[in-house]
Design a protein around this ligand. Sequence first.
Ligand SMILES: C[S@@+](CC[C@H](N)C(=O)[O-])C[C@H]1O[C@@H](n2cnc3c(N)ncnc32)[C@H](O)[C@@H]1O
Length: 162
Amino acid sequence: MTNRTIQMNDTLYQYLLNTSSRESPLLAQLRDETAKDPMARMQIGHEQGQFMGLLSKLMGARNIIEVGTFTGYSSICMAQNIIRPGSVICCDVSKEWTDIAQKYWREAGVADVCELHLAPALDTLREKPAVLIWRLSMPIKKIMMVIMKPVCACCAPAVCCS
Ligand SMILES: C[S@@+](CC[C@H](N)C(=O)[O-])C[C@H]1O[C@@H](n2cnc3c(N)ncnc32)[C@H](O)[C@@H]1O
C-alpha cells in the first residue's frame, strides 16, 4: 500500500517494461501471432504473465485451473513455473484459439503439463470436482505428510512431541 495513488502513464509503463520484462522469444512470437486476431486485446500483458509465473513459482504450485485460455499466453507462463509432475487444467470454449495455444504449448515444452478442456468452464468444474479437488489439495497433503512423518512411538499419529 502507498499513501498516494500512482498513475500508470505511458512513460512509467515503458520504464517498467524496460527494466523488468524478460519475455522469451517464443512468448513474443505468440504475442505477434495473436495480434493478428481481432480479439487480440483479450491477451494478458507480458508483465502480467511474468507476474503469474512468479506467483506460481513462489507458491510452489503443482496444480492450477485456468478459466479462459485463449491463445495460451498465461497458461505457458504458469506451466513453466509449476512443480513437476503437475498440471494446468485449461478451460476454454474456442477450438480456434486453443489450437494456437496447443501449438505453443508444444513449442514451449509444456504440452505434457497443460490439459485442455474444451467446454464451458462451469461444465468442466462441475463434471470433475473430485479430480480437481484431489489435485488441488496435493500440496496440503504433502505438508501434512511432512508434519506427520517424524512420529515417535509414544505419540498418536497426528500429534507428536518430536
Ligand atoms: C480474456 S481471454 C483469456 C486470456 C488468456 N488467459 C491469455 O493469457 O491470453 C478469455 C477467454 O475465455 C474464454 N471463455 C469465454 N467464456 C468461457 C466459458 N464459459 N468457459 C471457458 N472459457 C470461456 C474465451 O474463449 C477466451 O479465450
